[in-house]
Design a protein around this ligand. Structure first.
Ligand code: GDP
Ligand code: MG
Length: 423
C-alpha cells in the first residue's frame, strides 16, 4: 500500500498533523522532496514538535522514517533537529531513520547564496526562506553537489568538495564580491555535522522496494502545497522542488512503483507565506482577524502568513494536480468565529469570470470574486462525527466537496491528534 499525503494549497494545510494521525496505520513514512524549508507542526501526547527535515512519522517508535533521494539536506539543521527531539525523549537510531545515499547535502554556501541573491533583488525578492533550497537544487542540476553516499568515501568526497568550492567562488567572489568560501571550513563542517549520520545512510531503492514487496504500508509526506510546485505552481514564486504526489515514488527512490492513494490536505480557508500572486487575499481587519484566529505565522520562519477565504479556483486546480483520491479538510474550527464566511468562488480576469486557474500575467491581474456563506458561530472542536456538526458547517463541507469533485474523508477540527472526524 503506497499513500501520498500532499498539500492542495500554498502549504501549511496541516500535512504534518495528518501524517502524524494517519501514520499509525503505516510501517514507513518517507519524505521525498525539499529540505528544511518545510515546517510541519505536530501536537500529540508527547508534546508539540516542529519538524523541518525529519518525516513526521519520527514521533512514533514503531514507524521507520526515510529521507529520500529527492531531498536536499542541511545536515547542520538535521543535527540540531535530532538533538532537540532526543531532548524531548524521542528515540532516533539507524533502525528508525534511513537517509538515502543519493540525497543531496545543502551546504552553508547554498544558504549564503540564497541570502546574497535575495538581498541583491531587494524589493523584487522572491520571499525565499533563505535556507539555500534554490541554490542547492540548481547545483544538483549542474551536477556539482555532494551526496550523502559520498560521506562513505571521505577522500573522494574531499577532492570533489575542493573542486566544487573553486567553482562556487567564481560566483561568490567574482559575482557578489563576497569573501571566498574556504574548502577547509566546508570539510570541517561536513565532519562535524554530516559524519554523525554515516550510519543512517541507506539505499532507499532497495529498502523501500523490498518493504513494498513484503506488503509493508508506505506513506509519502509532501513538504509544501501544490501551488508551490516548481512546474505546476505559481512559478517563479514556487519552491525549487517537485511537491506533487506523482513525484513521490521518484523522490523516495522507487520510481517503478505506483501510488494506491493520494490524500489531499485542503484547508478550510487560505494562507500563503512570502511573495507572489495570492488572488483570494483578505486585507485590513478581515485579514487580521483570520490570521489571528488561525495562528497563521510560519512554523519554519515565524513570518506572518498572508490569509484569505477558501479559494475554489486554486483548490480545484490543486486537487487535480495532486490526483487526489480523497481529501482531508483541516482547520474548519478556525472559521467558527465568523458570522459570514468568505469564499473566493471564481477569478475575474479583465472582466471575464473563470474557475480555471491561470498562470503568468493572467494570474498576476486576476481579481477574486467573493461569495458569503452563513457561519455557525459555535465551537466545533469537540465534534467527533459529522452528525454532531452544526447545519451550516455541514453545508460548507458539502459545498467544498462538490466543488472539488473529490470525497472529503477526514475533517480536522483542532491541532491535536484526536481532534478529527472520519466520514
Ligand atoms: P504543514 O506545513 O502542512 O504541516 O502545516 P503547518 O504545521 O505549517 O501549519 C498548520 C498549523 O495548524 C499547525 O500549527 C497545526 O498545529 C495547526 N492545525 C492543523 N490542523 C488543525 C485544525 O484542524 N485546527 C486547528 N485549530 N489547528 C490545526
Ligand atoms: Mg508548514
Amino acid at each position: 500500500m503506497l499513500t501520498a499525503i500532499v498539500g492542495i494549497n500554498w502549504g501549511d494545510e496541516g500535512k504534518g498533523r495528518m501524517v502524524d494521525l494517519l501514520s499509525e496505520k503505516y510501517d514507513i513514512v518517507c519524505r521525498y522532496q525539499g529540505g528544511n524549508n518545510a515546517g510541519h507542526t505536530v501536537v500529540n501526547e508527547r508534546g508539540k514538535f516542529i519538524l523541518n527535515l525529519l518525516p513526521s512519522g519520527i514521533l512514533r517508535d514503531s514507524t521507520i522514517n526515510v529521507m529520500g533521494p529527492g531531498m536536499v539536506i542541511d545536515v547542520e539543521h538535521l543535527f540540531h533537529e535530532v538533538e532537540n527531539l532526543r531532548k524531548g525523549g524521542i528515540t532516533i537510531t539507524p533502525q528508525h531513520l534511513k537517509i538515502s545515499h543519493m540525497a543531496t547535502i545543502c551546504m552553508p554556501y547554498h544558504k549564503l547564496l540564497d541570502c546574497l541573491e535575495e538581498d541583491r533583488l531587494a524589493d523584487k525578492k522572491f520571499g525565499s526562506t533563505r535556507r539555500g533550497i534554490a541554490p542547492v537544487y540548481s547545483d544538483k542540476y549542474m551536477k556539482k553537489t555532494i551526496r550523502m553516499g559520498d560521506l562513505l568515501h571521505p577522500d573522494y568526497m574531499k577532492q570533489k568538495l575542493v573542486d566544487i568550492v573553486e567553482w562556487k567562488n567564481l560566483t561568490v567572489e567574482g559575482g557578489y564580491h563576497h569573501e571566498p568560501i574556504s574548502a577547509d571550513e566546508m570539510i570541517s563542517w561536513i565532519e562535524t555535522y554530516a559524519m554523525p549520520f554515516r550510519d543512517y545512510i541507506c539505499n532507499t531503492t532497495e529498502f523501500l522496494g523490498s518493504a513494498a514487496h513484503d506488503g509493508k504500508k508506505i506513506m509519502f509526506e509532501a513538504q509544501l502545497g501544490a501551488l508551490r510546485d516548481i512546474d505546476f505552481g505559481i512559478y517563479p514564486y514556487t519552491s525549487s522542488s517537485s511537491v506533487i504526489a506523482a513525484y513521490a515514488p521518484i523522490g523516495a527512490g522507487i520510481p517503478y512503483m505506483r501510488l494506491d492513494e493520494s490524500i489531499g490536505i485542503i484547508k478550510a480557508y487560505s494562507s500563503c507565506v512570502g511573495e507572489g500572486p495570492f488572488t483570494c487575499e483578505l486585507f485590513g481587519q478581515d485579514g487580521d482577524k483570520l490570521r489571528k484566529a488561525g495562528g497563521e505565522y510560519g512554523a519554519a520562519t515565524g513570518r506572518p502568513r498572508r490569509v484569505g477565504g477558501f479559494d475554489v479556483v486554486a483548490s480545484r486546480y490543486g486537487t487535480l494536480i495532486q490526483g487526489a483520491t480523497c481529501l482531508a479538510l483541516t482547520k474548519l474550527d478556525i472559521l467558527s468565529y465568523l458570522e459570514k464566511i468568505p469564499v473566493c468562488v471564481s477569478y475575474d480576469i479583465n472582466g471575464v469570470k473563470t474557475e480555471k486557474f491561470p498562470t503568468g500575467q493572467d494570474l498576476d491581474i486576476a481579481k477574486p470574486v467573493y461569495q458569503y456563506f452563513d457561519g455557525w458561530m459555535t465551537d466545533i472542536s469537540g465534534c467527533r462525527n459529522f452528525e454532531e456538526l452544526p447545519e451550516n458547517a455541514k453545508k460548507y463541507i458539502k459545498y467544498i466537496q462538490d466543488k472539488m469533485e473529490c470525497p472529503i474523508k477526514y475533517i480536522s477540527v483542532g491541532p491535536e491528534r484526536e481532534q478529527y472526524i472520519e466520514m
